[in-house]
Design a protein. Sequence first.
Length: 446
Amino acid sequence: MAITLVAVVVLYVYIQEQVPPPAEEPLSRLGRLDARVEVVIPTYYRAKNITIVNNVAQELTDYSIRIELNLTTFNDWPSVTPGNIAVVENTTGIITPLPYWFEEFNSTAQRAVLWVKVPHIPALGTGTIYLMYNNTNPYNPYHDPHKVFLFYEDAEQGGVGLDWIGAITYDPDGDGLGRVYHDPTCAYRGVLGLNKTEDNDPNGAYKSLPTTVSIVNTGLYLEAWFYRPWPPPTPTAGTVDRIGLIDDTGNGYGWGYWHQATQLVFDKRVSYNNVSTLSPNPPDIVNEWYRGVLKILSNGTIVVERYNKTGYLMGSLSVTDTDYTSFTNVYVFGGYDYCVDQIILRKYVDPEPTVLLPPPIENTSFIRLRVYNTGTEPLDLSHIYLWDLETDALLAEYPLNQTLPPGKQITLDVGLNQTHSGFLRVKIATRQGLSLEEIVSMRETG
């Protein structure tokens, strides 16, 4: 029976330290160089192609894209779980696993929110990524929000009651107050959140970013979820929630909301102290979660926004300020007590890229081959070829251009978009004109 597959052709290559191969003899010999090929995963995957449209005249690199799956954009909910989905990019036949993270996944409601870091989208152009899923996921390590965003804080790594892990407490009056600590009553998602307590602004804490961020080429988008218990614990407790970005001298920009006066706050920082711009923004939101957003654009436009828990925009404030362009820390300052959780920092352009999800779900066959260099000299791998075993038709040819050192292994993830009989002949060629061949069964089982 012929198996017809309609999908992209993909190939993923990586070299790693050799895992000791099985004890049996090598399947082939490349001249005086010993090698072994091993079939690791012969299986079928489902694939959903996703098109990303760049709406600005600027190339975007490592841009975090938000993708919403629902009944309209996705129709294969019984087949997916957060654990069996991977996201990949296909460029000239090479498959690249992409960092991704599920902000939300609800199979009962048939809704999911997925973030993916896309390496490259050309100016005013498009890029295509693929959602792949089945019973297994070879790319689970890529499911990591810390790899998707410039900064991600869910407060889950700290201990209950301990100061914000990895952060520096800012206590300019030296009274030992103004902590930001891990608190299970402050979790918007997960088990722990952060509690800002004890003292007013500018007391609080700030945490180093993994790397310095700049708005010279691409803007920045900072968001977090907030919960303000009401009434305040004391008459002198400040009622402004504040979060933002500063450099190592305490200069930067931030977001805030003043609950008692129902005003949005542009929280500019000069040597850690606030120089605020205010804008009336009733009604207040207390005793429930809400979201704050800070957008810093490359042209000097800065926008602060407030959303309720359903995603409705409650208000915004726009200013122009060009004093600062680079930042090294995320801060949590302001009054007390209030909770903050799910802090995300990512790149930003306006307008943001558009996500297109055409309806078809496609099938693709997928095999993982592992080649061991069991000899003492390097293998200069040049191409991989795949033939249909029954018809001898050449299905695909991909350049490898990989040198496999002695004692190492190379892993090849290969997908097909051709009709084939279910049995393939795989040939891996070297630049020395030698080859290693294996027969692979691609027939579905069960």
